[in-house]
Design a protein around this ligand. Structure first.
Ligand SMILES: *Cc1c(COP(=O)(O)O)cnc(C)c1O
Length: 394
C-alpha cells in the first residue's frame, strides 16, 4: 500500500497481505493449530524468532488482519481482537489494575463496564469511582494516589455526555495513570483518541465497526509496544480471543465504515432537527445540535456528531411504551451502530426491573428513548416516527 494512505484507503486495504494464492479477501483460517516445518521451526516460533503461527489462542492470520487494520485506523502500535466488547473492557482492566489500585470511570459508562468493577474486580481489592467525566473538576477531585486507570466513554451511553479526551490526557500525564477511551459510539472514522493523548482505545466491534448486527466482538488498540505486549500476554493466557470466522465478517463490515457512517450521520442530523421541533418531544441530546451541552467540544474533538440520538417524551413512561408499540421501520432492540435503525425505551424494556436509584445512576429517566440511526431512507424513518408519535399523548 502507498505510504501515508488516507483513512478511506486504509479501511479497504490496511492489514491485508497477499496469501499463498493471492486471494483478494483474507481467507478464513478456521484452524485451531498450525504445523511446524521441523523441530527447529517449532522452537523458533515459540521463541518469537519466527513470525509463524502456533495455535489460534496465541494468534490467527484472519484475526491478525483485523487487528492490524484497527491499529492502522486508530493510529496505534497494535491491536488485540476479542470475543466481545466486554472481553476487551475486562482485558484492559486486567492489564492496568491490580489489588489495591483505583479506577475512575464515566458515571454513565456502559452498564457491564461498571458492574464488572463493582461485582467482580472489587473481590480482588480494586476500588472504583464513577463521576461525570464531562466535568473535568470532578475527574481531578476523584483521582487518588493509587489511581492507575482513567476509563472514559465518550459520547457516553445513553446520556450522550462528551468528555474532553485531550484534557483528561493532561490530567493523567506524569501521574502514572493510564487513559483508556471506549470509542464505540464514534468509531475511528469520527474520533481518534490516541492522537488526543489516550494510551489505549477500545471498541465493542459489535456496533459501528462491524455494522451489520451479525457479530459480537471487541478490539483494543494501544499506543505503545509495551502496553501491547502486556495486553497480548493477558489475551493469550486467559483466552478472550476473537475467532477467525468472526474476524472475517468484521473485516467485511469494516470496509464500508466510512460510507455507512456518512449516510447514518446525515440521516441522524435530519431526524434530530425534526425531533427537536416535535411537540411531543421534551428534550433531545444529539452532539450535532447546538442545544447539546457540549456542542463546541463535540465539534472540536469529533469529525462528526455520530448516529446516536437520545430524546425524552413529554408523556413520560406511557408515551415511551406507545412509541415502541407503533414504530414499524425502526426495530425494537438493544445494541446500536448497524445499518438498520433500532429504537429502545429502557424504562419499559431493558431496565423495567432495575431499581429507580440504579436507573438514575445510569442516566436513564422514564421518558428516555434511545435511537440508533441506520442507513434507510430518511423520509421513511421520519414518517415512521411521525406516525408513531401521533399515538403519543403530549
Ligand atoms: C455494547 C457496548 C459495550 C459492550 O460490548 P459487547 O460487544 O456487547 O460485549 C461496551 N461499550 C459500549 C459503549 C457499548 O455500546
Amino acid at each position: 500500500m502507498i505510504k501515508d494512505a488516507k483513512f478511506g484507503t486504509l479501511l479497504i486495504h490496511a492489514g491485508q497481505k497477499p496469501d499463498a494464492l493471492n486471494a483478494v479477501i483474507p481467507p478464513i483460517y478456521q484452524t485451531s493449530t498450525f504445523t511446524f516445518k521441523d523441530a527447529q521451526n517449532g522452537a523458533d516460533c515459540f521463541a518469537g524468532e519466527s513470525d509463524g503461527y502456533i495455535y489460534t489462542r496465541l494468534g490467527n492470520p484472519t484475526v491478525r488482519v483485523l487487528e492490524d487494520a484497527m491499529a492502522a485506523l486508530e493510529g496505534g502500535f497494535g491491536g488485540i481482537a476479542t470475543s466481545s466488547g466486554m472481553a476487551a473492557v475486562t482485558t484492559v482492566y486486567l492489564a492496568f489494575l491490580s489489588a489495591g489500585s483505583h479506577i475512575v470511570s464515566t458515571d454513565a459508562v456502559y452498564g457491564a463496564s461498571r458492574s464488572v468493577l463493582e461485582k467482580h474486580f472489587s473481590r480482588f481489592g480494586v476500588e472504583s469511582s464513577f463521576v461525570d467525566t464531562s466535568d473535568l473538576a470532578l475527574v481531578e477531585s476523584a483521582l487518588r494516589p493509587n489511581t492507575k486507570l482513567l476509563y472514559i466513554e465518550t459520547p457516553a451511553n445513553p446520556t450522550m455526555a462528551i468528555t474532553d479526551i485531550a484534557a483528561c490526557a493532561r490530567l493523567c500525564a506524569d501521574k502514572g495513570i493510564k487513559l483508556v477511551v471506549d470509542n464505540t459510539f464514534c468509531s475511528p472514522y469520527l474520533q481518534q483518541p490516541l492522537a488526543l493523548g489516550a494510551d489505549a482505545v477500545l471498541h465493542s466491534i459489535t456496533k459501528f465497526i462491524n455494522g451489520h448486527a451479525d457479530v459480537v466482538g471487541g478490539v483494543i488498540v494501544t499506543k505503545t509496544e509495551s502496553d501491547h505486549k502486556l495486553l497480548y500476554n493477558i489475551m493469550t493466557s486467559m483466552g478472550p480471543n476473537m475467532d477467525p470466522h468472526q474476524a472475517f465478517l468484521v473485516i467485511r463490515g469494516l470496509k464500508t465504515l466510512g460510507i455507512r457512517m456518512e449516510r447514518a450521520m446525515a440521516n441522524a442530523v435530519k431526524i434530530a432537527q425534526w425531533l427537536e421541533q416535535h411537540p411531543a418531544v421534551a428534550w433531545i441530546k444529539y452532539p450535532g445540535l447546538p442545544s447539546h451541552p457540549q456542542f463546541a467540544l463535540a465539534q472540536q474533538q469529533q469529525e462528526g456528531p455520530g448516529a446516536m440520538i437520545c430524546f425524552g417524551l413529554k408523556g413520560g413512561f406511557e408515551a415511551g411504551k406507545k412509541l415502541m408499540d407503533n414504530v414499524t421501520v425502526a426495530a425494537l432492540a438493544v445494541s446500536l451502530g448497524g445499518v438498520e435503525t433500532l429504537i429502545q425505551h429502557p424504562a419499559s424494556m431493558t431496565h423495567a426491573k432495575v431499581s429507580a436509584e440504579a436507573k438514575l445512576r445510569a442516566g436513564i429517566t422514564d421518558d428516555l428513548v434511545r435511537y440508533s440511526v441506520g442507513i434507510e431512507d430518511v423520509s421513511d424513518l421520519i414518517a415512521d416516527l411521525e406516525n408513531a408519535l401521533s399515538h403519543v399523548s403530549q
